[in-house]
Ligand binder design. Sequence first.
Ligand SMILES: Cc1cc2nc3c(=O)[nH]c(=O)nc-3n(C[C@H](O)[C@H](O)[C@H](O)COP(=O)(O)OP(=O)(O)OC[C@H]3O[C@@H](n4cnc5c(N)ncnc54)[C@H](O)[C@@H]3O)c2cc1C
Length: 432
Amino acid sequence: MALAVIGAGVTGLSFAKAYGNVPVFEANASLGGKALSYKVDTEAGTFGFDVGGHWFHHQSAPGALKLLDGLPLISHRRHAYVYLEGRLYDYPIQQSYKQNPSRSFVGRVDEELREIGGKKLQYSNYAEMLINSYGPTLYNAFFRDYNRKMFGKEELASIAAGKYETVRNVRLTGNTDGYNHAFLYPKGDAGAQAIPLHLSKHVNVSFNTGVQAISLSRKTMQLKHKNHAWETIVSTIPLPLLIRLISDIEPEYLRLAEQLTSSKGFILNMGIKKKPFHEHKSWVYFPELKYHFYRLGFYSNIEPLLAPSGYSSIYVECSPLHFNTKSEAQLLLPKIIQELTEIGIIDEADDIVALRTFYLEQNYCMPDQKITSVLHRYLESNGIYSIGRYGSWHWSSQHEDMQQAVQLAEYLQSRHADQAFRTERSSFVPMK
Ligand SMILES: Cc1cc2nc3c(=O)[nH]c(=O)nc-3n(C[C@H](O)[C@H](O)[C@H](O)COP(=O)(O)OP(=O)(O)OC[C@H]3O[C@@H](n4cnc5c(N)ncnc54)[C@H](O)[C@@H]3O)c2cc1C
């Protein structure tokens, strides 16, 4: 079977490694997609950065972990906080709200959580899922504005609560510590990109080889300098982009793909002088709307080799409520530096010795299973499997994407020609 993989991020590489001997076409000059790392040399020394926190949450993904055999990974416990009204609360807030000095606030939350108790949660969208999980007081104090800032959406009721939204809800999973209480990170100074680098061993990747067009009728794809014949494609690029690349797509599918939306991302990576605020923190959530970022974290608190002594290597995730384009995002920089100073993350702008920005056209995909299931079924009937966080168009993390890639590889290896392939996209279970 002439199989081709599009994209050398963790999903495409995991598929290629699990399946064996398939070409991977990658538009960029380097591996990893969003799991990219780089170094910046300064007079103070060398800093290492990823694209925001890229911690490997490994729960329930044995197939993904197996692909990482031989890669030295260190296990960490989350030290996360919520910064609210000038005070730090342990994260998650539904366990630490009693740290709030207001007795009436604590009393209200106690009562609301008691009332919710063991009730079965009913919800029809993301906002309802949160209110019905944690009660209106915690929703108003933390969940509402934090999520508005993260998704860049004023109206949380317009977001569907799909499988991955519920996996991240501790009330629904019963795992009170949350999905990210422990995580793995590569040992050494290679950063998160050590994972795709490890996956790429013995995988045949063609760099600078973006797929420019795909023909379903002729079963060819157009690369930079040649056409490539295929019978099956495993694509990991954003689903709407994949649909746009298909030259003979039926217009109704194009119209559906155009309705899929996502948030944008703007990450600041900074090398800064170390301050007491940085000590013992993995990351901190900032729900208040007055701050233009929603989360920041400390790479060098996880791997000290990522910053010179006396400095921290950090990421700041800016809220897409405040920008729609890269140039609009750049305009936020002075405000954000001012806010970091107010909070005590830096004393003054001169404490920043390295600053790099990273703009993402897609960060969080807004799930719409009605549309994605139609598109996936159409693609699969034409021999194209669109997987990973952006290929599926859902909110997964690396381990879930890798697991999905392994499942697809197993399915394609064992498939009989006459067997229909159906994926229930929220869980990606191939029908055997
Ligand atoms: C800010 C941020 C923070 C995150 N934090 C975490 C975290 O802490 N833990 C975690 O597990 N996950 C995290 N994730 C999610 C994680 O990044 C994704 O789950 C994972 O990287 C998706 O990998 P992928 O291979 O499916 O897609 P991508 O990484 O997007 O890879 C797709 C690849 O396709 C290539 N490509 C695009 N167009 C073409 C084309 N036309 N032809 C050929 N190649 C093309 C791209 O260059 C890219 O290399 C985070 C994501 C973001 C954005």
